[in-house]
Design a protein around this ligand. Structure first.
Ligand code: NAD
Length: 505
């Protein structure tokens, strides 16, 4: 349900809100073993919202022990598929009943505009949980064609205890992309939210427990990457880590796996996503609208954000004029006001990083066509930088902020070469009136998702993840995500005449 409230109604919810502070382990909230806490702030105002448990390896050990206990005694995965489905559908219903509170909590903790939280993050989170719940009693296992002397069953079994390590940019949605398939498969999870945005994860775990997800199956351990993420990565009783975050941290999880139990690792990492606009694109208004949406939605703090506009030289000026016109609709300000589409960046540290790219544009004497200003040390105006060369840092590096670089081309092969000329390969968009060219670009661009004449990430039915340094080991979303949280087992049964004879004798 996408029902927006007024700014005054959201402010009233925010005023009444109480914030979860403790880790959630084995079905209840508990402080860090060390008693330590860290502050989580509303980035838009600097106000401290809560002092959250600063957990460490001792808490990870405890949570993993409880998750393993829950997995080993089968209190979740041995329930009938229909029963587990009913619990997860009840969980989705509880999320829906609390949708306004969750949207406000998400906005306060991350700086995201309430409009997005209420119309995208929360409903997509609920839909994801529901979609995977529905899958539970619809996936069949297989038999193999081995002849009449044997019966083979090729079955999926839940992999065990799964560590889900999350980023701060879509705290609720990334949580759902992990726990939806993991819980559906029957795993126990240890979730580590990003330290900037722990609050909605804690509340969601509480609601899951209320809906009937048994104690120990859904645990949340809050704290830093070093103190919580690393011990999860190195734990010998964690069978898999599903990670979303930067490529630099993703690499560390591969090392942790190598240094411990060879746990399965699935990484969803960064992106530097191109929108390629050919000179035969049919509707430049539509292209401009999609490019603006792709570049500035969620303040560009989006792994699949359009961060490079690669446009045919002959239509550059016309397109950029329209881009400028659409950008005027994107008001920046108080995230809790549903009129605003651009909120605060997630933290002062991240603001400084994004601002450094504005400084870089100046240092490279690039032309800032629109935007370029900052406000209150935490807001960054949607910005368009023209004539960016392929060697520029603005072209090559993931900025994760509302900065769009523009580069031109003169031939299809140049467009493809530009699109592929970064270490990333997460998403891309192409705009053309020619089906042949659309297919050629879709095939030649090395990215996990290519959208044609639109910007998007697909939906719950389509896999999402990256080529090259944008990902490793699998995909989020869709039935393919479900498979990642399972092991395949072959059961080979002798049914030859010989065995029948022996039984009869
Ligand atoms: P990050 O890598 O800094 O942190 C991600 C998580 O890893 C956090 O929970 C953090 O605490 C933890 N972590 C940090 N250092 C760690 C360490 N040494 N050991 C173990 N854990 C550690 O990323 P971020 O800044 O939170 O998120 C932004 C990044 O996420 C961007 O690069 C973005 O592209 C990526 N992202 C990718 C997708 C996708 O689906 N591909 C989706 C959203 C975000």
């Amino acid at each position: 349900m996408n029902d927006l409230l007024t700014a005054a109604e959201y402010a009233a919810i925010a005023k009444m809100m109480s914030f979860p502070e403790n880790a959630f382990i084995n079905g209840s909230f508990r402080p860090a073993t060390s008693g330590k806490t860290f502050e989580t702030v509303n980035p838009a105002t600097g106000e401290v919202l809560a002092k959250v448990a600063a957990c460490d390896a001792a808490d990870v050990d405890f949570a993993v022990a409880k998750a393993k206990e829950a997995f080993d005694d089968g209190r979740w995965h041995l329930q009938s598929p229909a029963d587990r489905k009913a619990v997860l559908l009840g969980f989705a219903k509880l999320l829906e009943q609390n949708r306004h509170e969750l949207a406000v909590l998400e906005s306060l903790d991350s700086g995201k505009p309430i409009r997005e939280c209420q119309t995208v993050d929360v409903p997509d989170t609920i839909h994801t949980i529901r979609w995977h719940a529905e899958l539970i009693d619809k996936i069949y296992d297989n038999t193999a064609p081995v002849g009449s002397n044997a019966l083979t069953l090729v079955v999926r079994e839940p992999i065990g205890v799964v560590g889900c390590v999350l980023p701060w940019n879509f705290p609720l949605l990334m949580l759902a992309w992990k726990i939806g398939p993991a819980l559906a498969a029957g795993c126990s999870v240890i979730v580590k939210p990003a330290e900037q945005t722990s609050l909605t994860t804690l509340r969601v775990a509480e609601l899951a427990h209320e809906a009937g997800v048994p104690a120990g199956v859904f645990n949340v351990v809050t704290g830093s990457g070093k103190d919580v993420g690393e011990p999860i990565g190195l734990h010998n009783d964690v069978a898999m880590v599903s990670f979303t975050g930067s490529t630099a941290t993703g690499r560390k999880f591969l090392r942790y796996a190598a240094d411990s139990n060879l746990k399965r690792v699935v990484l969803e990492c960064g992106g530097k996503n191109p929108a390629v606009v050919l000179d035969d694109a049919e509707d430049l208004d539509l292209v401009a609208e999609q490019v603006v949406n792709g570049a500035f939605w969620n303040m560009g703090e989006n792994c699949s954000a359009t961060s490079r506009l690669i446009v045919h030289e002959s239509i550059k000026e016309e397109l950029l004029e329209r881009v400028g016109a659409y950008m005027r609709e994107w008001k920046m300000g108080d995230p809790l006001d549903p009129e605003n589409r651009v909120g605060a960046l997630v933290s002062i540290a991240h603001f400084e990083k994004v601002k450094s790219y504005l400084d870089q544009a100046n240092a490279e004497e690039l032309s800032v066509m629109y935007g370029g200003e900052t406000d209150k040390g935490i807001f960054v105006e949607p910005t368009v930088v023209a004539d960016v060369g392929r060697d520029s840092r603005l072209f090559q590096e993931e900025i994760f902020g509302p900065i769009l670089s523009v580069t031109t081309f003169n031939s299809l092969s140049e467009a493809i070469s530009l699109a592929n000329d970064t270490p990333y390969g997460l998403a891309a968009s192409v705009y053309t009136g020619s089906l042949r060219k659309a297919i050629k670009l879709s095939r030649d661009i090395r990215a996990g998702t290519v959208t044609v004449n639109c910007f998007g990430e697909g939906d719950a039915t389509t896999p999402f993840g990256g080529y090259k340094e944008s990902g490793f080991g699998g995909r989020d979303k869709s039935i393919f995500a479900h498979d990642q949280y399972t092991e395949l087992k072959t059961i080979w049964i002798d049914v030859s005449d010989r065995s029948v004879d022996e039984t009869v004798r």
